[in-house]
Design a protein around this ligand. Sequence first.
Ligand code: ZN
Length: 650
Amino acid sequence: MAGASAVPVPASHLDAARDAEPATRAANAAMAAPLPFSDVADFEAAKRGLIAPVPAGMVRTAGGTVLWNLGEYAFIDGELAPATVNPSLWRMARLNMANGLFKVTDRLYQLRGFDISNMTVIEGASGLVLIDPLTTAEVSRAALEHYFAHRPKKPVVAVIYTHSHIDHYGGVRGVVDEADVKAGKVAVIAPAGFMEAVSGENVLAGPPMMRRAQFQFGSMLPRGPRGQVDAGLGKGVARGTPGLIAPTRTIAQPVEEHTIDGVRIVFQLAPETEAPAEMHMFYPRLGVLNMAENACPLLHNFIPLRGAVARDPRIWAKYIGEAIDLYGPGTEILIGQHHWPVWGRAAAVDYLEAQRDLYKHIHDQTLRYMNKGWRPAEIAETIDLPPALAGRWSVRGYYGTVNHNVKAVYQRYLSWYDANPCNLHPLPPAPAAAKFVEYMGGAAAVIARARADFARGEFRWVAQVMKEVVYAQPDNSEARALCADALEQMGYQAESATWRNAFLYGAQELRHGVFQIPARATMGADTLAGLATDVFFDLMAIRLDPAKAAGQSMVLNWHFTDRSEKLALTLKHCTLSHRMGQWSEQAAASITTARATLDAIVLRRTTAPEAMAAGDLRIEGDASKFALLFGMLEQPAGFMFDVLTPGEGR
Ligand SMILES: [Zn+2]
């Protein structure tokens, strides 16, 4: 996931939300009918071991700003789902209200409901081993304080990041002091490839991922029966200050055992699964298996709606199978870094087998149909889970969906292109929409027919066809309103929290426009500092404006004294490329500075002339080239792009 903070949108936006249509009520009742609602084991599991709930259900800054507020979800109180919420999603929305400090077993505790993810605490011989310090410093600090209010206050001796997603490392500065890490008092442990994955997944394509994440998590939707009710993995992502402290120790072997502060931990690497760098852990003396985020009680994403490189469900299933073999016999309790535990060896193994087969089944059946020549949308419409899986709560699509995951499998193997040459070079969305609407007899005629389809409950089609009218005529308020109404009904029917959020947020933007939040850096100082210099220059390269670089060419040498790194940067063909470790004799200029200084210039905390005056930056040769180069780089703009309408210049 990505995108840690957001500005709430006024609750008055809910006033425009409509009630459930009869077709939505019928669809929700029909989907609920075969589901085992009398099985309430998860509700007992989610509450088991509760010591004390999140104080006042809230986390605030010292200044009083509310960063996390479970009170917004007070409307989630009864068993019966409102007509505007899918009944299965309502069940998960209730389960994800379980919050506080939980005792899982002797020496192992979990803080849940302080954020979307869990922080796990293991009590070692002299101090605490913390696993996954949430998304922001403020919430992880509050969670640790809550633990200390009920357990002996001991120092944190190690932090373990299970994987490279921000809800599992971003709050690290709330629970440890970087000076203690540097002094060797606190170990920071992560799977191999962690830092590369952190920069690889979220940096180069950071702005659209943040924008798309708003749709996935519904962070800017008001909470309520007609708004955001859940995010699948938890209630939502906490606001506050994310950060990063680089690992001091990396787990590199497929299986590695370490004793950390007297706690035996067997690490099992599971790369290229839910995250590019991820690992499971088994604590033999505690009988606890920690599956990180690879076996949550739901169907996860092969590609999240925020966007990512397509994940590999075949490998994912393989690592779950390996965990069953290696640790199943010794497991008494299964935990994850989201949601609640599974108690008992047989139940844990049974649960993991269902997870393994869930991912494998969707992968295998998608390929089965692909090999017959079926197209993504056709396969997605056909495949469903077999009854033996579909009847289990722990594999339902509260986060990912079978439909979207099928398309991810297709994309992974065959790309977005379905091989029909008519789809190879179509007109782009806006001009195509103008033609469609013209051929269909004009906007008024299309809207009139779509209204009749809306009355019949054909919401998918209404959204599909209204998209064309809105793209042809972005200011057509009737088309926008009808499109919003259709998306909203789809949201009310969605079992997946992320689909609901996307549909409802789409409706909100059609009705109220794009909410312009103040421009801010999409990348924090910690993330920038954590970027390898190689990736840093990739980031510079994607900001080059070719129009400004036209006719220019140059070579610049760089020497970063704080990292003992040298490189040669070449501008040619309106393209920047660089070679690490090279030093060109033909360079127009050679720049000697610290990466930290260059980071500060990029973050606009200083300027090149200021850094030169302070002696932090030295240029030999033609100093004008430095300013010339930076003048060709685009400053990152705001990321509140148009999504539901074509946007400027298109
Ligand atoms: Zn997570």
